[in-house]
Design a protein around this ligand. Structure first.
Ligand SMILES: Cc1ncc(COP(=O)(O)O)c(C=O)c1O
Length: 475
């Protein structure tokens, strides 16, 4: 059933109350129980973000010649970003709506550059398997074929294999600092050497690390160089709406020089609406998000970000130590930044069942696959919940150990099956179909999770797979 537009307008106070009430079913992130999606600190910080967003909620960054204030804001945000990424005066860039837009733009840029400079007609890009999904999206959107580099045992890309994948169609190589699934910082210096030798651009996806690794380093942490200090690095994406603690809708894509950035630009000179030029994916660009990003950089400054980085790292280290003390679990690889994943090393402890137990204790924990694990994107806010989290994790492991049949129930059964369904094409097709369903006007809400009375997206996928298997088994 459509919920039609109201015939008459309503009281603003009532509408605002409704908007607040809609949040009832959302994750309750303010108490530190959510481990992704939000970067919340406290109400003062949130209020400040809202007010700075507010001050530019109507302004449009589409045309830098119109709202000069927004261009000034953007330039200052890019300068501050270049500063912490150890860039020279030549570094240039654009504020985008988020990490995905920044990653998409890099792919478009390098595709067009290779086409223009080398006549590449069948572009390819080299990605470690841990590259964020945004890169796979860019591949589909821009027709750039992915060549995947497998990982070594320590969760870093196998550089020998990477070298072998380079050919005349290669338009870019990607490294992450850190990658999302396990928090590993890819060996950017070594990748930079390869890229420079072969004259291939190297993009560093620091959507996660861009606004925290520099401050960890300023605090004395030993982090191998991964930014513009590495000569082969030609561009970096760094999100302000993650560890910059900005309002949603703010990331940066910077390049070593205009020689690269100019391929990101778009212009159309024959439009009846006038000559049009644009620097990134969006048309209208939200002034509020850019104002809040500028505001938060001023609000914290290097000192403030160093303190946030220090609290985050304290939380990360305590969590890792607590997990290392649970014999059934281990942290995957050697994550150096603010996030990590852990898995089970005990046959009788199914990690997805542990995840279910954590959910039941009120935590919202993301699942990894290939290999199966639980994910923790740690922020400064989590420092105060470390002890509670570890106590619940220990209890969850004990519960699963005492009842291994939990691995065959609820979310554990669903995630386990989904990760192992061999027909990945079928998984993709069904996800696409079901995902689209939720966008019908008036359509029912779709639960993407599992365990929602068997009606979640994952549950439904598993059911279809089981049906498919039984059809195949029937002679
Ligand atoms: C490494 C990495 N790159 C890109 C992105 C995409 O960022 P966004 O969700 O802001 O589009 C993410 C998101 O988590 C990420 O972890």
């Amino acid at each position: 059933m459509h919920k039609a537009m109201p015939e008459q307008g309503r009281e603003s106070a009532q509408i605002l109350r409704d908007l607040e009430a809609f949040k009832d079913q959302d994750p309750q992130y303010k108490d530190g129980r959510v481990w992704s999606l939000v970067y919340y600190l406290d109400e003062d910080h949130s209020e400040f973000l809202k007010q700075s967003y507010h001050s530019y909620a109507c302004e449009n960054g589409l045309n830098p010649g119109a709202f000069k204030s927004l261009k000034k804001i953007e330039t200052q945000v890019i300068s501050a970003t270049a500063d912490i990424l150890n860039g020279t005066e030549e570094v240039c860039g654009v504020v985008t709506s988020g990490g995905t837009e920044s990653c998409l733009m890099a792919v478009k840029t390098y595709r067009d550059m290779a086409r223009d400079q080398r006549g590449v007609k069948h572009p390819e890009m080299i990605l470690p398997t841990t590259a964020h999904v945004a890169w796979f999206k860019a591949s589909e959107y821009f027709g750039v074929r992915v060549r995947l580099v497998p990982l070594t045992k320590d969760f870093t890309p196998d550089l020998k294999k990477l070298k072998r994948l380079i050919n005349r169609n290669t338009v870019m190589i990607l490294g992450s600092a850190p990658e999302y699934p396990h928090g590993t910082i890819d060996p950017i210096e070594a990748m930079g050497e390869i890229a420079q030798k072969k004259k291939i651009p190297l993009h560093v996806d620091a959507c996660v690390g861009g606004f925290i690794l520099p401050f960890m380093a300023m605090n004395g942490e030993q982090i191998p160089p991964w930014d513009y200090r590495v000569p082969g690095v030609t561009s970096i994406s760094a999100d302000i709406h993650k560890y910059g603690y900005a309002a949603k809708g703010a990331s940066t894509i910077t390049y070593r020089s205009l020689d690269y950035l100019r391929y990101q630009m778009f212009a159309y000179e024959n439009w009846p609406g006038g000559v049009f030029a644009s620097s990134a994916l969006l048309g209208t660009r939200p002034g509020g998000a850019y104002a809040a990003a500028w505001g938060v950089i001023q609000y914290f400054g290097k000192d403030g970000y160093r303190k946030l980085a220090s609290d985050t790292l304290a939380a990360v280290n305590q969590l890792k130590a607590g997990i290392a003390a649970i014999p059934e679990l281990e942290v995957m690889g050697t994550p150096r930044g603010p996030l990590f994943s852990y898995r089970s090393v005990a046959e009788n402890v199914n990690i997805y069942a542990v995840g279910d137990q954590m959910d039941a204790r009120g935590w919202q924990v993301n699942r990894n696959q290939k290999p199966a694990g639980l994910h923790a994107m740690v922020t400064a806010q989590h420092l105060k919940v470390v002890d509670d989290y570890l106590a619940d994790l220990r209890a969850s492991v004990e519960t699963v150990k005492a009842d291994p049949s939990l691995a065959q129930q609820g979310g554990a059964a669903t995630y386990g099956m989904m990760a192992h369904v061999p027909l990945r094409g079928m998984v993709k097709k069904k996800v696409l179909e079901m995902y689209a369903e939720q966008y019908r006007a008036g359509g029912a809400e779709l639960d993407l999770s599992s365990g929602a009375g068997g009606k979640g997206l994952l549950d439904r996928l598993v059911k279809r797979y089981v049906d498919y298997k039984s059809r195949k088994a029937t002679p």
